[in-house]
Design a protein around this ligand. Structure first.
Ligand code: MN
Length: 268
């Protein structure tokens, strides 16, 4: 494992070793699609993913319970843990001596935009790779409740996008967060490099009552996306609202340098 600020050079995808994981569970449509895309790019593709859905698991790690691995094929494993557990087990144990060159996480059923990034198990798996000095890319297909998800959009845009990202050199603390818009592929308006957005309102909590009259609470509800500044904004939510594929480079060093400089002056 390596840290620091050195960058990773362009990757020869044909000779690469790729780990595919997700947070929707190993049986999810999106991970099967992503594994298929990865196999179209290189030969050495491994899948290590949670046996059950772990959406909104964020970066949680299982440290107080045993982890079990089910081998489903030569390079395909299910784990009774979180997406982060899966990357740790894959890299530390299951894949042997050779580290993956690239970790792909997804394709998530639903977008991971703005604040979602903090809760997302999909993003966490890619950031875990980044912590280990491995390129990490999270991929999500934005969808709306009660509408069929447009997997073919991700399917059409992902291969070339992955080739292009792999061809770039990138900083070691940086991972990529990709969101495919909720549009048919022919209506997609290009690829935009964006920054993490911020939603206008906080997540709603809904109160209701169970059959025994006890109240229960449900976090999250369907919402309209976009900050309302669609033209000028380079945020992920606004790019998605414009119908573009959003690529956000995320720096996993969370220090705010400007505030640190200001505070140093204040404390000196
Ligand atoms: Mn998910």
């Amino acid at each position: 494992m390596s840290g620091g600020s050195a960058s990773l050079g362009p990757l020869n995808l044909k000779r690469a070793r790729i780990l595919v994981t997700n947070d929707d569970g190993i049986g999810a449509h999106g991970i099967r699609l992503l594994a298929r895309i990865a196999r179209s790019l290189c030969k050495d593709v491994w899948v290590v993913a949670p046996e059950n859905e772990q959406s909104a698991a964020s970066h949680s790690l299982t440290v107080r319970a045993p982890l079990r691995v089910a081998r489903l094929g030569p390079k395909r494993f299910a784990v009774n843990g979180t997406p982060t557990d899966c990357v740790m087990l894959a890299v530390g144990e299951l894949m042997g001596e050779r580290l993956p060159d690239l970790v792909l996480s997804g394709i998530n059923h639903g977008g991971n935009l703005a604040e979602d990034i903090s809760y997302s198990g999909t993003v966490a798996a890619a950031s875990q790779a980044t912590f280990m000095g491995i390129r990490g890319i999270a991929l999500s297909q934005i969808s709306r409740p009660q509408h069929p998800i447009k997997w073919s959009t991700a399917e059409q845009f992902a291969p070339d996008l992955l080739r292009r990202l792999a061809g770039e050199s990138w900083k070691r603390d940086v991972m990529m967060n990709v969101n495919f818009p909720d549009r048919v592929a022919s209506a997609v308006r290009g690829i935009e490099v964006t920054s993490q957005g911020r939603r206008r309102q906080i997540e709603r909590v809904t109160e209701s009552f169970d059959p025994f009259g006890e109240p229960y609470y449900w976090i999250g509800s369907p919402r309209a996306e976009g900050s309302g500044r669609k033209r000028a904004s380079v945020s992920d939510i606004d790019a998605a609202a414009r119908g573009a594929v959003s690529v956000t480079p995320l720096n996993l060093n969370l220090t705010d340098r400007a505030t640190a400089t200001k505070l140093r002056a204040a404390f000196s």
